[in-house]
Write a protein that binds this ligand. Structure first.
Ligand code: HXC
Length: 257
C-alpha cells in the first residue's frame, strides 16, 4: 500500500487504517481510495477483526479530493474515471467504521468521514465542504449526508459559503459523536471500538445495516443527482479557474461561465 498504513490488529479485534499522504494533507487521490476499498473488503472477511478505525494525522484527516488530479478534467473524463464506484463499495462495508478525525476534514475528506459510521473528533478538527470556492460542489455525498446530519439551514450555509465547522459546532449539530483533546482522539476511538467489539458481530452487522437502511432508501437517488451536477461543474470555466487558482496559489476570479 502506497498511500495508507494498515494495522490489522491495532488492538485485539480492532483494525486501523491510517491515511498516509501527510505532505498533501491526505488529499484523496484515486489510488488512495482504491487502497482503502481493497483493505476494507479484506478486513470485512477477516473474522479476527470486528471494528475498523480510519484516521489521518494530527494536521489533517483529509483536505479533500486531490484537486491537482482533477483540475484539468472534463465532465466526461470525470464520468469515465468513475471514482464513485469505489466510494459505493466503501459504503457497503459490513463492519462498523469509526473515523478518528483531527485537523482538516474538508470536501471529500468530510464526505469520507461522514461515510464512516461514527466520528470521534479532536478539538482541532475542522469540517467543511469548501468545493464552492473552487467552482464545483460536493460529489461524494456531501449535499446528502451533511444535510441529514446537520439539517438544511446549516448545510446550505456550509455548502454555499464553504465555511468550516469547528469540532465543538460539529458536536452541537450531531455530526460527530464526541470531541476530545487532540492527544486523545485516537484513544477515544479505540475505547468506542472496544465496546462495540465485545458485542455479537452478527447483531452489530445487522444493526448497522438496518440503521443505514433508514436513510439509504432515498440516498441512491440523492447521490446520483448530486453526481450528475458535480460532473456538470467540470463543464464550466469556473471549475477550471477555481482549481487552477488553487494549484497556482492565487485567488480565483469567477465569471459564471
Ligand atoms: C491537492 C492539496 C489539497 C487538495 C491541500 N493540498 N489540500 N492538494 N488537493 N484537496 C496540498 C497543498 O496544495 C499543499 O501542497 C499542501 O497540501 C499543504 O497545503 P497548504 O494549502 O499549503 O496548507 P494550509 O495553508 O495550512 O491550508 C490548508 C487548507 C488548504 C485550508 C486545507 O490546503 C485548502 O484549502 N485545501 C483545499 C481544500 C478543498 O478545497 N477541498 C475540497 C477539494 S474538492 P504544496 O505542494 O503546495 O505544498 C473535493 C471534491 C469532492 O473534495 C468530490 C469528490 C470526492
Amino acid at each position: 500500500m502506497e498511500f495508507i498504513k494498515v494495522t490489522e490488529q491495532y488492538q485485539p479485534a480492532i483494525a486501523l487504517i491510517q491515511l498516509n499522504r501527510p505532505k498533501e494533507l491526505n488529499a484523496l487521490n484515486k489510488q488512495l481510495m482504491e487502497e482503502v476499498r481493497d483493505t476494507l473488503q479484506l478486513l470485512d472477511k477477516n473474522e479476527a477483526v470486528r471494528v475498523i478505525i480510519i484516521t489521518g494525522d494530527e494536521r489533517a484527516f483529509a483536505a479533500g479530493a486531490d484537486i491537482k488530479q482533477m483540475a484539468d478534467k472534463s465532465a466526461i473524463d470525470m464520468l469515465l474515471i468513475d471514482q464513485f464506484s469505489t466510494w459505493d463499495q466503501i459504503r457497503k462495508t459490513k463492519k462498523p467504521i469509526i473515523a478518528a478525525v483531527s485537523g482538516f476534514a474538508l470536501g471529500g475528506g468530510c464526505e469520507f468521514a461522514m461515510t464512516c459510521d461514527m466520528i470521534i473528533a479532536s478539538e482541532t478538527a475542522k469540517f467543511g465542504q469548501p468545493e464552492i470556492k473552487i467552482g464545483t460542489i460536493p460529489g461524494a455525498g456531501g449535499t446528502q449526508r451533511l444535510t441529514k446530519a446537520v439539517g438544511k439551514a446549516k448545510a446550505m450555509e456550509l455548502i454555499l459559503t464553504g465555511r468550516f465547522l469547528s469540532a465543538e459546532e460539529a458536536h452541537f449539530y450531531g455530526l460527530v459523536n464526541k470531541v476530545v483533546p487532540v492527544e486523545m482522539y485516537l484513544h477515544e476511538a479505540v475505547e468506542l471500538a472496544k465496546e462495540i467489539a465485545q458485542m455479537s458481530p452478527v447483531a452489530v452487522q445487522l444493526a448497522k445495516e438496518a440503521i443505514n437502511r433508514s436513510f439509504e432508501t432515498q440516498l441512491d437517488e440523492g447521490l446520483a443527482f448530486e453526481r450528475k451536477n458535480f460532473y456538470l461543474t467540470f463543464a464550466s470555466a469556473d471549475q477550471k479557474e477555481g482549481m487552477n487558482a488553487f494549484v497556482e496559489k492565487r485567488k480565483p476570479s469567477f465569471t459564471g461561465r
